[in-house]
Design a protein around this ligand. Sequence first.
Ligand SMILES: [Fe+2]
Ligand SMILES: [Fe+2]
Ligand SMILES: [Fe+2]
Length: 416
Amino acid sequence: MSARQVDLRRVVYALSDALDLVGINDLHHGKRVGIMAAEIAQTLGWTKERQALAFDAGLLHDIGVSSTDLHRKLVEDFDWRGAIGHAEFGAHLLGGFAPLAYLAPVVHDHHTHWLELKQVDGEVANMANLIFLTDRADVLAASAMASDTLLASAPKIRDKLCSCAGPLFNPELVDGFLRASRKESFWLGLEPNAVRDYMVAKAGEPGLVSADLTTLLGIARLFSRVVDAKSHFTVEHSEGVARLVRFLGESFGLDADTCGKLEVAGYLHDIGKLRIPDSLLEKPGPLSDDERRLMASHAYETYRILAQIPGFEDISRWAAYHHEIPDGEGYPFHLEAAELSQECRLLRGADIFQALAQDRPYRARLPAAAILEHLRKLRDGGKLDRAIFATFEANLPYLYALAQPSRGDDNGVTAT
Ligand SMILES: [Fe+2]
Ligand SMILES: [Fe+2]
Ligand SMILES: [Fe+2]
């Protein structure tokens, strides 16, 4: 299927799944916030468009959170003043991608107290405050769900939010929340199976928004920044991989559509890393067997997220197979050589090259000549195609420069 037939909404839903992975064991935070916000918006009699906006904003409000440590702080502290950093970073990311830029002002203020929103446009202020309210409701609901006491805890959650009406939350929104959350269905709709059903129904709604390759590249780049911001070691890793794999695709004479899809796969290949705890990505020494198994799960998560998107059949495989080795010793699928297409092999080559050209917690970045030696050993051991090695060898200085972070203006912004 051509990338031109991809529904942008389905891409957003799938990638919001990746954001929800940062909760590690609590997987549906963004979706629950979106569902509650849409339901309260409906209770308040807001237009269908505003209800849809409330849902989208809920889904993506934590796009600035890729760190599991940061996520923990946001959950543990009901009104953490450090929360503004991820709201600003999220708004910055969304503001840079035109099709989703309308969400940026809402995301920017989704932890701002109601009393501090006086200067903000009324519609934006109300939407941002609705997301703040439902976000905090979900933090309380998630902990009640974890102890299987959701319905029993509902009155306490309602009291807590009610006590914040005025300074933190717009009293009119709190009133809408109290009316909507009187129903058991409001709370039961937050349980994992209900959330899954809700999303399936949403995905099936008519109104396909066709995305061209340029739009797909834009959204893939946006989410690559979320992933790469997770650790300062991986700044622009995915962008570097995307640049390298496009070069390789063009060098191998692949057509423009395939090269574009390869670039998308490069941006998104590590999206499953959002579920990996920060401590593992930052560990200065070798990983234990258990840690290695956990780290290996990121490629599977990448597959699970991308394979949901109709039109991403190729992209999901190319992206998720980037740790598969032709000798069958890779992970997580242990594919054999015959199952690995040229595109998968190119992406794997680009991933290895970029990673070696960048500092890691356990080693400094390698000079170009040392990278080539490393790749030569892989080639001699049957773990890297001869033709891919030859392309790296023939273009070494150029590809080494291409692999480096650009240190552009966006890179100075971090989530913490
Ligand atoms: Fe949140
Ligand atoms: Fe990876
Ligand atoms: Fe990677």
